[in-house]
Design a protein around this ligand. Sequence first.
Ligand SMILES: [Fe+2]
Length: 293
Amino acid sequence: MPVSREDGLDVSTVKKETLKGDLSPGLVAQIISRNSDTGGGHMVVHVPAGWSNPKGYASAAQDIYVLEGEMTCGGEHMVAGCYSFIPDGVAYGPISSPKGCRMIVFYGAPFEFKRSDANKPGAKVERLRLNEKTWKTDWEDPMKKMVEKTTWINPVTGQPGRPAGCFVKVLRWDKDPEEQIALVSQAGGFIDPGTEVHPHNECLYLIQGDCYIGYTYDTKAKDQKKVDITLTKDHYLSRPPGIYHGPVTTKGGVFWITYMSDGYHGIFNDVAEWPSMVERYYGGQAKYHETRV
Ligand SMILES: [Fe+2]
């Protein structure tokens, strides 16, 4: 279950490497987290202009979201904002990308590609979802679509909820293994005033916008408390269970793709100093530093 921890990875700093299997030269990936239990992980895949590859299948299930550019997979033309779920062993392609593209991929096991016109025997073809155009899906209240449990209390209604200004599109929520993939948008001026902690893995890729996270720490590891983390486009967070994080705000709005190894369970903890922290960020004074937990 545990993913490797990243508290604000600038993805541009991650080295590019080739992937295993029968892939044409030129395709490279940045591995941004690994899951020690499944052998899977998250990666950003760079498809160079003019790249093509014959049909085949991967050893790992893949959630694929196109970040920029375009490609054709079989008869499907995919552009930024298109989402696919390809189960392990299901053949897809051929792939071509005249102009190149960049994708975020959540993979569920060690990745290797094998050329084949047929599916691997036993592959769960019925789970395939190819080229869903996410812009066609309406935004939803996370309390209706995503949240299984929250201890945050709405000060107006007195009921459990989430701070106003957050919207979700759940792309996939499967039970075996339990995984929830979603697009999350927080409006400019959104504030989550406390820290939260989850009993599940939570990973977020920042597609567009800005975000401030006041504190990030792990009480069990007795490590440093990271303060004033600021994030922009193409930053990534990966949290195994038990990492406290927050308060959270965004000046101009932020758009994420998120991975959870469960439905959302958020345990909220008050942070009395959240107004001064938010003001520090809005005033351009937030400066990353570390203190003892
Ligand atoms: Fe969280």
